[in-house]
Design a protein around this ligand. Structure first.
Ligand SMILES: Cc1ncc(COP(=O)(O)O)c(C=O)c1O
Length: 448
């Protein structure tokens, strides 16, 4: 077995196709429904906000989808991302486990998000769009789309969740540097935003509210489309570059994972790493696959599997997913990118079928693991990604307890260089835990 800590690929080994698990599912997904009629959605229903090529990918029957050359040219700026073996963390934990992490923080925006931002901007440009509107929680997705739009000569409008807008001014400046227009959400620019502000002027915002604003913006401007950074099938598809590379790199390390871990907001970094391994599970031989979410916003572990809206103002299609209710406004935890009431329908389905597991942590133990990681491996992780670190550390400690080795692979989805205020709060003892209050969902879920 190699003694190396870093496993790198050549440019020629970057995947040239995305992996689509839809045709391999043991049971098909329930269709998305039109928000007005509650009938299954047609591709035409989505055309006011998405380009046809992305709509086709959303329902694609093909196991592989070629990555366009123009997208490959941009991927090559930072892909393939490195895979590391966390030998110093292993030693600190005194564990027989081998811990590997796929580091997506080497992209220009600092996370996995450009993997889908770039193709989304590309297909929208080809469809003749002038501008994209989107939401952002932590600011990572907004930065990624601002960059991608700049590469393809598109304008970009970002509705940034109010609490992150205030917590992370430098993310905002990064978006401005790449030429985007950024509004704190809820904003006065949309009907949806004004509605929320009228009821609660001090609203911290949520991804659900910001999505309503961006969808409304796109639907009311013919030259503008909407772009979503997670949840949808085409986003999961684009992110499979992560898992495909990781498999090659684990081969270089001479190991295969017993457990694959990712943090979970809408599911895209987790799905990106895990979906190629899910195909192994369908063949009866895959690893355990573990999604990790905040206990302040526990869609997978405390939500219900039901049809619900993807946004607060009920503008999006109804999708069958694990949800806490579209009107749930999670507490302002620092992992802003994990404050989403719902979840990818594909990954929800796989959880229901038992191919993936989920667990949740509150933010104090997550930051404790982030600090341990920063002090051993050196990288200062994003608060979102630190949920995966916490779970990986606990897997390694369980291996020590049992006295049995296991191979752990997790996605380090981004760096935390713009999250230093959160680190300061933690280090000075001011960070507090929030628990999900629990709620009766019967009133907020649509009757289907
Ligand atoms: C670094 C990072 N990791 C994870 C996430 C969660 O999103 P997803 O579940 O789509 O990967 C975000 C979202 O903003 C993020 O910024």
């Amino acid at each position: 077995m190699s003694e190396a800590s870093k496993f790198l690929l050549e440019d020629r080994q970057i995947p040239t196709a995305w992996v689509n698990v839809l045709p391999a599912l043991p049971e098909p997904l329930d269709p998305p429904l039109h928000p007005g009629t509650h009938q299954p959605l047609t591709p035409q229903d989505l055309l006011p906000i998405f380009p046809m090529e992305l709509i086709e990918q959303e329902f694609s029957p093909h196991p592989l989808v070629d990555i366009p050359g123009e997208v490959m040219d941009i991927y090559r700026l930072w892909r393939a991302t490195p895979l590391y073996r966390a030998r110093r963390l292993e030693r600190a934990l005194d564990t027989p486990a081998h811990i590997y992490y796929k580091y997506e923080g080497t992209s220009p925006a600092g996370s996995h998000k450009p993997n889908t931002a770039v193709p989304q901007a590309y297909y929208n440009k080809r469809a003749g769009m002038k501008r994209l509107a989107t939401e952002t929680g932590a600011g990572q997705w907004g930065s990624a789309l601002s960059l991608a739009c700049k590469f393809f000569g598109l304008e970009c409008t970002v509705y940034m969740v109010r609490v992150s807008y205030d917590q992370k001014p430098y993310r905002r400046m990064m978006m401005h540097t790449w030429g985007a227009q950024v509004f704190a959400s809820p904003s006065e620019h949309t009907h949806a935003g004004r509605g929320v502000l009228a009821e609660s002027p001090d609203s911290p915002g949520s991804l659900g509210i910001a999505i309503s604003e961006a969808v409304e913006d796109a639907a009311t401007h013919p030259d503008t489309n909407y772009s979503l950074g997670s949840v949808l099938n085409h986003v999961m598809l684009h992110q499979t570059v992560i898992g495909q590379e990781a498999r090659l790199q684990m081969d270089l390390a001479g190991e295969s994972p017993d457990v694959v871990i990712g943090c979970f907001g809408g599911g895209s970094n987790f799905g990106g790493l895990a979906l190629p391994y899910v195909l192994d599970r369908f063949a009866g031989k895959g690893p355990r696959i573990l999604a990790v979410e905040p206990s302040a916003c526990p869609s997978l572990t405390r939500g219900v599997m039901a049809y619900d809206y993807g946004d607060t103002a009920k503008l999006t299609p109804l999708i069958k997913m694990y949800t806490l209710g579209h009107d749930f406004v999670p507490p302002g935890i620092h992992a802003g990118g994990l404050r989403y009431h719902g979840a990818s329908p594909l990954l929800s389905h796989l959880l229901k079928l038992g191919h993936i597991e989920a667990k949740s942590y509150s933010q104090l133990p997550v930051f404790e693991a982030a600090i341990e990681f920063a002090r051993t491996e050196g990288i200062l992780p994003a608060p979102e990604s630190s949920h995966a670190i916490r779970a990986a550390v606990d897997e390694a400690l369980a291996a020590r307890e049992e006295g049995r080795p296991r191979t752990i692979l997790f996605c380090l989805s981004g760096h935390g260089h713009f999250d230093l205020a959160a680190y300061e709060n933690y280090l000075s003892g001011r960070l507090q835990d929030y628990e999900y209050p629990g709620r009766d969902l019967t009133k907020s879920l649509p009757a289907i």
